[in-house]
Design a protein around this ligand. Structure first.
Ligand SMILES: [Zn+2]
Length: 288
């Protein structure tokens, strides 16, 4: 297949030659108009292969968007290729698959989830948390209230409470916090608290001593059912992530959490994100 461009027509005009075409030549409407304006004629070049090859080899194609569009349209109409072939050729299919695997990053700092019972001990009977910011996971919010964490070695003040209340109190800290407090850092998924260290939580009105419940959050991906289906991921799967940038890395052991109320997000803790050069506007890619 050969395309006649405006440039070729101007060249033909300058050389005072006709343009040779055959059944495999596409003359775009624009090229045809320019030829007419410049009195350049088209001649049957089926028996003039040499001339044609020379033209193709010496001409550089500079096509306008309209020309490209018309060529592709003609190509499809003449069944040179299908739309599907074009998508494959342009890598659109791969692009679709890749884009589904690129997901946003959510970064968590230290925070506390409280049971209703513990909230009342720390802040008083029938106390309700005051939301100040909604989090990406639907229904979750950062509250105005904070607590103090007291470990065997030291304390950390102003630790944010994430609402609403849960069935069990859980304290999520960073690895460096564990060292500061004098606790062993235990990396776990939310809710998996057996055998984790305890801590003392101090509120405005009272104190709670936990026997267990302090974790360093294990990285994970949240999805809802549909997002899981689209990506062929189910609850409990473990995948790898690829990150980009100067500190790019492949991350193993990323747990998949599919829930009705999930929101597409990859949760990393603040320290991991810092180590990888990621922030809350970053994206990562699921690789399998
Ligand atoms: Zn999470």
């Amino acid at each position: 297949m050969r395309l006649i461009t405006a440039k070729e027509i101007y060249q033909a005009k300058e050389e005072n030659k006709p343009i040779y075409i055959d059944k495999d030549t596409i003359v775009t409407p624009l090229a045809r108009d320019i030829a007419k304006e410049n009195n350049v004629s088209f001649e049957d070049g089926s028996s003039c292969k040499k001339e044609k090859v020379e033209v193709v080899e010496t001409k550089e194609c500079a096509l306008s968007e309209d020309e490209i569009y018309n060529i592709l349209k003609l190509g499809i109409e003449n069944k040179f290729f299908t739309e599907k072939d074009l998508e494959n050729l342009l890598g659109k299919e791969d692009e679709k698959k890749t884009s589904l695997n690129i997901i946003p990053v959510g970064i968590s700092g230290r925070h506390v989830h409280l049971s209703k019972e513990h909230l009342e001990i720390l802040f008083g009977k029938d106390y309700e948390l005051t939301p100040i910011k909604n989090l990406t996971q639907p229904g979750q919010f950062a509250s105005k209230e904070t607590v103090t964490l007291a470990g065997p070695k030291s304390v950390i003040e102003n630790v944010r409470i994430i609402g609403p209340v849960r069935s069990k109190t859980q304290v999520e800290i960073l690895t460096s916090d564990a060292f500061k407090l004098g606790l062993k850092p235990v990396v776990r998924l939310s809710g998996h608290l057996e055998g984790t260290p305890g801590i003392t939580i101090i509120g405005k009105k009272g104190t709670v001593v936990l026997d267990e419940g302090v974790i360093v959050s294990q990285r994970h991906i949240h999805l809802n059912e549909e997002q899981g289906r689209e990506r062929n991921l189910k609850n409990g799967d473990v995948v790898k992530l690829r990150t980009r940038g100067i500190r790019s890395a492949i991350l193993d052991n990323v747990s998949v959490r599919v829930g009705d109320n999930g929101y597409l997000d990859c949760h990393l803790d603040q320290e991991e994100a810092n180590a990888l050069g990621l922030n809350s506007k970053s994206y990562v890619e699921i690789v399998r």
